[in-house]
Ligand binder design. Sequence first.
Ligand code: PMV
Length: 342
Amino acid sequence: MTGPAVREATYQAPPNIALVKYWGVRDPALGLPFNSSLSVTLDRLRSRTTVRFDAGLTDDAVELNGVPAGPKERAAVVALLDRVRERAQLSWRARVRSENNFPTASGLASSASGFAALAGAASAAAGLGLSDRALSQLARFGSGSASRSIFGGFVEWRAGARPDGRDCYARELYPPGHWPELVDVVAMIEDAPQKEVRSSVAMQTSVRTSPEYARRIGDIPDRIARMRRAIRDRDPDALFPIVMDECDSFRTVCETTRPPLDYLTGASRAVLAEVRALNRAAGRPVAAYTHDAGAHVHVFTTRPHLRTVRGRIDATPGVGSTLLVRPGPGARALPSRGGRPR
Ligand code: PMV
């Protein structure tokens, strides 16, 4: 008897925003970071990816949002498929279709959601049956931050200390409903420039050239410990200053990288200034800004301050719109339908 000559699975995964950033790898071959990172998984936004291994294909075919992937994206997808094939002892090529429900080049961490969904779909289609922890270890080979998108809510990606990377994985710290008052107002910056250099390349330039890098790495364990306590206690007064300190530290490393990495526009900087002004006027931290390697700014606040904070961000020149997101669930399998994400 012969089995079917195709194996297919579909996964959906969300993006996440790092409150403590991953920036730099100590072992490029294993994708092991220098520092642990901590993030919030975002609701409303998601990538859906179907992987169909097919004995009849002669090459991998990768489609992103309905069009064939460019050479760099395709190479990254194929590299992850190769890892899965090697583990599953499978030689079949695959058709990959992935769709985001948000603009891919918008700087909203589509690599995190995309590679988390790809890791889930590819490993399920290949019959690997991985745990979420193992899935987070696989997803990081596509994009480090993808390791955190496997889980929902508040997530820590532990850098670990072992050279073989077995203690390097992501895990949920608190589920999505842990802190219902916490909201994230995303300031979508008009004319946000496209990234010129992939984060995975840019961060290694920082490791090599930024005189601030070592200090940042030294500061992170204590920052993560304090942040975890603040999240546990649902304490914005404790959390928000640490979030902004961390973001400032990340930006300082970027600015002191040679050549400098400048991800913000004037409008992004105006949003940071608005948040500082709001906090000064309130006499306590009512909001916290953070940003990744892109121009959009995430502004965390709590429900009592949402109207004021969102109003001020919306009114900032150069902010095209704001998007309200909350901590959401992690990656999950979906039923597949004829090779198309549902
Ligand atoms: O996962 P990558 O390779 O796209 O790098 C992510 C880098 C940051 O978004 C700036 C930080 C982070 O931890 O998400």
